[in-house]
Write a protein of this length. Structure first.
Length: 411
């Protein structure tokens, strides 16, 4: 369907035609009319499907159509809650781009950055607010944010927000908004806890599903390498020298692991940078921009830092560590093979990660092809190398990466 058939008004159509969008993506085609009709929506859609425009365009239109005449002070009427700073910034950019011919004001709030400039922008008045949960609640507590005029609340990447332990924050934010409001919930995957949240806060929602639960990008060639934990660095170097070319995103489970791999690759002459939760926001943005501008061709990231970031034309994804949450595998490899291009994923599995691979294969209902021809094969009888894994941080922190208490520090 063409955008001009979606009942969008002129300022918005003008902005999207400048972006050279003509045809709405499936999630846009389905979501835009429902949002314009003020329905609650629960949408299963990954990044890369055009989901940001699917909610941003109709929200801009609804707010534009209902703008107060004259110069009345602006009130926050749309709120988008996003799990990560990077994603929040990207969403803000999208609203600004699509709304450039409206006079609607958008701003973004996130932690890890100075709070005073954010307060100043809020004081001047905004129509659309994008925010990560913690900073939003912080500013609300300081009475700098008034959520009592919210007409539309968007919960983006709901599954990740719940994985990050934001459930109470989300419920609190929802309660701070007026009772009668429209809620749009987007999630790359639909585990039971997301459905349960939707059932508690959404009102008779319409369901949209553009990514079936267990789908992995069909355009991604997947390969699985069984390798001892202690040989993963060597395998990575071997593949980078001989097999994997182009723009590469490498995932590691912990920030300790990210730093260690970055150092090693840099020492070996690779142009590399990294993003994880301990890095300053400006450094994370610089790394991402360097990757997008092709100044570097390898970016190493933890899942939380990388979720939602839109990097196009990625040639390969390396799962240096196998994710312990099976849905994360789908997100990671979905970073390549986007927009009809072919991509490749390489997963390094050590003895203690075999159970993760089992869960992933069960979820995607596919056996990932195993690559046996490499110099560092894992002895099939090898026992898990639990105590060799120094990269997972100090021993005392190692007991439960998934526990609520430890969650923040591991990413
Ligand atoms: P998202 O899933 O929102 O992260 O969007 C992924 C990418 O697709 C972004 O770079 C958008 O600018 C782009 N995009 C979104 N909608 C369209 C469209 N209808 N036609 C072409 N590109 C689009």
């Amino acid at each position: 369907m063409q955008f001009k058939d979606l009942q969008l008004n002129k300022p918005i159509l003008r902005a999207i035609s400048e972006k050279n969008y003509e045809i709405a993506t499936p999630v846009q085609e389905q979501t835009i009319p429902l949002v314009l009709a003020k329905k609650d929506v629960i949408a299963s859609a990954q990044t890369g499907t055009g989901k940001t425009a699917a909610f941003a365009l109709p929200i801009l239109q609804l707010l534009f159509d209902k703008q107060d005449a004259g110069k009345k002070a602006k009130k926050i009427r749309a709120l988008v809650v996003s799990p990560t700073r990077e994603l929040a910034i990207q969403i803000e950019e999208s609203f600004k781009t699509y709304g450039k011919y409206t006079n609607l004001k958008t701003t973004v709030l996130f932690g890890g950055a100075s709070i005073e400039p954010q307060k100043d922008v809020l004081k001047k008045g905004v129509d659309i607010l994008i925010a990560t949960p913690g900073r939003l609640l912080d500013l609300h507590k300081q009475e700098c944010v008034n959520l009592s005029f919210i007409e539309t609340l968007v919960l983006d990447e709901a599954d990740l927000m719940l994985d990050m332990g934001f459930i109470d924050d989300i419920k609190k934010i929802e309660r701070l908004c007026p009772k009668t409001k429209q809620i749009l919930l987007f999630s790359a995957t639909m585990p039971a806890k997301v459905v349960a949240l939707a059932n508690t806060i959404l009102n008779n929602p319409e369901t949209i599903d553009v990514t079936p639960k267990s789908s992995t990008a069909e355009t991604v060639n997947q390969a699985l390498y069984y390798v001892p934990k202690t040989k993963k660095m060597e395998l990575c170097l071997h593949l980078l020298r001989n097999t994997i070319k182009g723009d590469i995103l490498i995932f590691r489970r912990t920030k300790f692991g990210v730093d260690k791999l970055e150092k090693m690759l840099r020492k070996n002459g690779y142009k590399v940078d990294s993003i994880h939760g301990d890095k300053l926001q400006k450094d994370r943005e610089t790394a991402l921009n360097k990757f997008k501008d092709k100044e570097i061709n390898i970016l190493i990231a933890t899942d939380v830092a990388s979720r939602g970031i839109d990097i196009s034309n990625l040639d390969a994804v390396i799962n240096f560590d196998i994710p312990n949450i099976p849905e994360t595998y789908i997100h990671r490899i979905g970073r390549t093979g986007r927009a009809g291009l072919t991509g490749n994923s390489y997963s390094f599995c050590a003895a203690d990660e075999k159970t993760y691979i089992d869960s992933i294969q069960k979820l995607i209902d596919t056996k990932i092809p195993v690559e046996k021809e490499h110099p560092y094969p894992l002895d099939p009888n090898a026992k898990p190398e639990v105590f060799i894994n120094k990269e997972n941080g100090p021993k005392k922190n190692r007991k439960s990466a998934g526990s609520k208490k430890n969650k923040k520090r591991w990413y």
